[in-house]
Design a protein around this ligand. Structure first.
Ligand code: ADP
Ligand SMILES: CCCC(=O)OP(=O)(O)O
Length: 353
């Protein structure tokens, strides 16, 4: 019997679970306040570590009882999907944010540090840099600039596999469009088990989200950076953490903005409707990428709890194909499965080099 600690640190929350083999013992979703998530990422390590330890204490699970740690992987070099042992090089790349800044880097940083203390192994599964883009999807209008694949790969693949298994098929045999709708938004075209196109869900592409800007007109963006005298890091930080709903309403909490709309705030309604419109447009472009051969549209993530958003998006896209909703995300289970399958010898460890 194995006990797996699962860590999934996102932009607004830290999710902590312990599994015994494939059974979840508990899942805690610790929602961090904006003062905490505004801190530089590396300064959030002690705060998030403390809340992870508190969560284990509350469930009366000692760290010494843990056999392995499964972490949601961060911004690394592009890799194929799979389960990776966290080694010194990966820890270094995560901790120094060598390939980009995102809260998911902290899962691996904290997981690796804990695993060293406990003399056990820590792993990442299907990190946000899983890259299966087709060549055409990489080209931009400027030579030397390529599009990159950075998205909620773990949840995308997990819900797509769940849907496939529910209809008695293999993920590798179906085409689906998955829209992950959380603090960040990514909408991807899955063709026979590979995500052949997807918006960069972290910086500057696709629909705006509770805290991200999405695509912005080039000329306005250039002027905005110059007017504010932003460095690259500052501009990226603004685009990925202080934009979207947060820039309009001072909150990244979709529920609060929905309440404002329900209380008659017309701007709240306009902006939420525009978010649904942009999500739907992205789903439409994925249908084109899949040449109309779409078996299902899947909506998932925290925002998919919203009946308002779901109904709006359905109105735009249900003529394309049926829509399945998997509220929240299945990332904790997917992380555990990635490590348990490895410990049971069903898959082999991939190495980050
Ligand atoms: N029941 C709900 N109805 C509408 N929005 C929700 C609901 N629950 C969570 N959300 C929103 O989902 C967003 C966070 O998505 P989530 O996937 O949980 O976070 P993260 O991207 O940090 O992992 C927040 O804007 C939150 O307000
Ligand atoms: C798109 C990379 C992963 C990501 O942005 O996750 P969150 O939306 O949870 O911040």
């Amino acid at each position: 019997m194995k006990k797996i600690l699962v860590l999934n640190l996102g932009s607004t929350s830290s999710k902590v679970s312990v599994f015994t083999n494939y059974d979840m013992l508990f899942e805690d979703v610790i929602r961090h306040n904006i003062e905490q998530t505004n801190l530089p990422l590396i300064d959030q390590v002690p705060i998030r570590l403390e809340s992870i330890k508190k969560s284990l204490e509350q469930h009366q699970i000692s760290l010494q009882a843990i056999d392995a740690i499964a972490c949601r992987g961060g911004v690394l070099k592009p890799v194929e999907g799979g389960t990776y042992l966290i080694n010194d090089m990966m820890y270094h790349d995560l901790k120094t944010f060598k390939y980009g800044f995102h809260a998911s880097n902290l899962s691996g940083v904290i997981g690796y540090e804990l695993s060293q203390e406990l003399s056990i192994h820590s792993y990442i599964v299907d990190p946000v840099v899983v890259d299966e883009l087709i060549p055409d999807a990489r080209i931009t209008g400027i030579k030397g600039i390529e599009r990159r694949s950075i998205f909620h790969a773990l949840n995308h693949k997990s819900v797509a596999k769940q849907y496939a298994s529910e209809i008695g098929k293999k993920y590798e045999d179906i085409n689906v469009i998955v829209a992950h709708l959380g603090g960040g938004i990514s909408v991807g075209a899955h063709r026979k088990g590979r995500v052949i196109d997807v918006n960069d869900g972290l910086l500057g592409e696709g629909p705006f989200s509770p805290e991200r800007a999405g695509s912005i007109p080039n000329d306005a963006l250039i002027k905005w950076v110059i007017d504010h005298d932003f460095t690259v890091i500052e501009a990226n930080n603004e685009l990925s953490k202080h934009s979207g709903l947060l820039s309009y309403f001072g909150t990244n909490d979709f529920i609060k903005v929905e309440e404002m709309m329900a209380n008659g705030d017309e701007t709240a309604k306009l902006v939420l409707d525009a978010m649904c419109y942009q999500i739907s447009k992205s789903i439409g472009s994925c249908a084109v990428v899949l040449e109309g051969q779409v078996d299902q549209i899947i909506l998932t993530g925290g925002l998919s709890y919203s009946k308002y958003l779901i109904n709006k998006v359905k109105r735009y896209v249900s003529w394309l194909q049926n829509v399945t909703i998997y509220e929240g995300e299945k990332e904790m289970h997917a992380l555990n499965v990635g490590v348990m399958d490895l410990l049971h010898g069903k898959i082999s460890t991939k190495s980050y080099e």
